[in-house]
Design a protein around this ligand. Structure first.
Ligand SMILES: [Zn+2]
Ligand SMILES: [Zn+2]
Length: 338
């Protein structure tokens, strides 16, 4: 049993770089979609794409999101800023992860307005990025937050510093998988995920991707980043333990033939949740930007259905925390607060 565990987890600690390119040691053939595949996808219309056209989307938006945030204190507080962007407060320190406060680009605009004036955000200690895709690394937002928080540090995957503006680069630290850094009582660890990198025509996998674990004195938060379902979730649990809460990516997963290797569907996200044994699961990567075939909140609806159909998963029902845009939750002694 122990032998098996060592064998199954060691691949996630194997070398992940050849020359200036990174790769997945457990699945070296997993790669970005081919151009011809993207064209095939765009020319076809799947059942879910048709469904999306017929449905209207009514997002949930938290009123007075920042007032609510500032009026509550807990060992861990988590706010969903939309898509994969989160603000967390842990043991008194404030982190933002993958902040995208505006549109991704001219073609991919926010489906939901930002629920607060960014000028009213609290002081931020660290800006953390999981990877370089445009729905996670938004240079405009980073410049804005970097200027607004001149003391803030940047924690980045290896190879990402070059994407920051010159003035921000000296405030950045780069991390390989399993590297960590201490900030007061908090240990921040960068972890593997099954994904890839590209921002331009010549930088395929020339920067790393992954997830982040924030371990405080009593509470912890795991942001998975983008990932296909992989055995690494069990390995992460074996190495890191049980987080108070983790993100559950459940968007940009259809069509499966194109997305499966790099994005989980709700069923796989729930499997990842049970692998990691997080007490609470917080859905993300849905509802803000239209990136794929499924309707914007379809993943969350499907996840609720899947959980309710399995009585053995009843604890997941109460611990599945769907936050609205700007919605937040506090955790103390691993129990959800207001
Ligand atoms: Zn991505
Ligand atoms: Zn993404």
């Amino acid at each position: 049993m122990i032998m098996q565990q060592t064998k199954s987890t060691s691949v996630y600690k194997s070398p992940n770089q050849r020359g200036d390119q990174f790769f997945l040691p457990w699945a070296p053939k997993v790669t970005r979609e081919k151009f011809s595949e993207v064209v095939t996808w765009k020319l076809s219309q799947s059942r879910l794409a048709k469904k999306k056209m017929l449905e209207s989307y009514e997002p949930q938006i938290q009123e007075k999101a920042l007032d609510l945030w500032k009026s509550h204190v807990a060992a861990l507080r988590v706010m969903w800023l939309g898509h994969a962007s989160f603000m967390i407060q842990l043991d008194g320190r404030t982190f933002v992860i993958d902040p995208v406060l505006g549109d991704i680009n001219f073609f991919t605009k926010r489906a939901v307005p930002l629920p607060f004036d960014p000028g009213n955000l609290p002081s931020i200690d660290v800006i953390v990025l999981t990877h370089g895709h445009f729905d996670h690394l938004d240079t405009k937002t980073l410049d804005y937050l970097g200027k607004q928080n001149p003391q803030a540090q940047f924690y980045l995957p290896l190879g990402m510093r070059k994407y920051l503006s010159k003035g921000l680069q000296e405030r950045a630290t780069e991390f390989n998988w399993w590297d960590d850094i201490q900030l007061d009582s908090i240990t921040c660890t960068f972890l593997p995920s099954q994904h890839w990198h590209q921002r331009g025509p010549f930088d395929y996998n020339k920067a790393l991707w992954g997830g982040w674990w924030f371990q405080g004195e009593r509470e912890s938060f795991y942001h998975t980043g983008d990932s296909g379902y992989f055995g690494g979730f069990k390995a992460i649990h074996d190495h890191m333990g049980r987080p108070t809460a983790m993100t559950l990516p459940m968007g940009a997963y259809a069509p499966r033939w194109l997305m499966k290797a790099q994005h989980m569907n709700p069923e796989e996200a729930i499997r990842a949740w049970t692998d990691v044994e997080a007490t609470y699961g917080i859905p993300m990567h849905y509802g803000t930007f239209d990136l794929s075939d499924e309707p914007l909140d379809y993943g969350v609806r499907e996840a609720r259905d899947l959980i309710s159909k399995h009585p053995e998963r009843h604890t997941l029902t109460t611990n599945f925390i769907k936050l609205g845009h700007g919605g937040s939750a506090g955790f103390e002694d691993c129990i959800r607060q207001k």
